[in-house]
Design a protein around this ligand. Structure first.
Ligand SMILES: *[C@@H]1O[C@H](CO)[C@@H](O)[C@H](O)[C@H]1NC(C)=O
Ligand SMILES: *[C@@H]1O[C@H](CO)[C@@H](O)[C@H](O)[C@H]1NC(C)=O
Length: 220
């Protein structure tokens, strides 16, 4: 009797472990799988086409230009440069990528989340006020002021932001636990979807006057 009941528990634990494992990019099945968009010169298929390893070069693992400050003369006063698998094909299947974020004084990287990646951010210049909100019913907010050399981690799928509270430009570099972590910016998705969400839905959801929703939908 005992061994009969034990077995399903083991199976359950295994299934649980498997579902945990699929919460991030899968482990590579080979040394590397440099992404190419065409199947004609590909040899292996593992989610994406892999470039034939025989013709892979050092440049497939190389990206240059992340030292260049980006233009922050936009409404948010920030600019994100993503070095994901599209810019660095050698990242394919490796479950990792990088970004540079430039901030004008009082610039913001607005509340957003990455559906597929945890983010670890290091401030290289300036002072950022950063935070994320938990998904439980308390919706706890964790915040920190980061100076040069400080590091903060934003768990996968959590709404977070970065705000330059200094009087100078700020620069941060962010690592992601995905080759393509994805980006959902809250305001853009809720008020700027295509086609727009029915304003009655948003009026009720945000408990404000319909005029406020119409105004916000015009902004995005
Ligand atoms: C970010 O900076 C680049 C280069 O400086 C510029 O081409 C691009 O338009 C900027 N993006 C935004 C959203 O301002
Ligand atoms: C593959 O396609 C993506 C998206 O269209 C593009 O950004 C990228 O540059 C392409 N990569 C290569 C290696 O051609």
């Amino acid at each position: 009797m005992r061994s009969v009941t034990k077995y399903p528990v083991t199976v359950l634990l295994f299934a649980f472990a498997c579902s945990m494992a699929s919460a991030s990019d899968p482990s590579p099945l080979q040394d590397f799988c440099v992404a190419i968009n065409s199947s004609t010169s590909a040899v292996f298929v593992n989610g994406k086409f892999c470039k034939n390893p025989k013709v892979v070069t050092a440049d497939d693992f190389f990206f240059s230009g992340l030292q260049i400050p980006r233009n922050t003369a936009n409404q948010l006063g920030s600019n994100v440069t993503r070095v994901n698998v599209d810019l660095l094909p050698g990242l394919n299947t490796l479950g990792i990528s990088l970004a540079r974020i430039d901030f004008a004084p009082y610039g913001v990287n607005p509340p957003h989340f990455h559906p597929r990646g945890t983010e670890i951010t290091m401030v290289a210049e300036g002072t950022l006020y950063v935070g994320f909100v938990t998904s439980d019913t308390d919706n706890r907010l964790f915040t920190k002021v980061l100076n040069k050399g400080d590091v903060f981690v934003f768990p996968v799928g959590h709404i977070h932001f970065q705000f330059n509270i200094g009087k100078t430009n700020a620069v941060a570099f962010a690592g992601f636990s995905s080759q393509n972590p994805g980006l959902i910016t809250i305001a853009n998705t809720v008020f700027g979807s295509n086609p727009p969400i029915n304003p009655d839905v948003l009026t009720k959801a945000f408990q404000v006057d319909k005029k406020v929703i119409n105004y916000l939908q015009k902004q995005f």
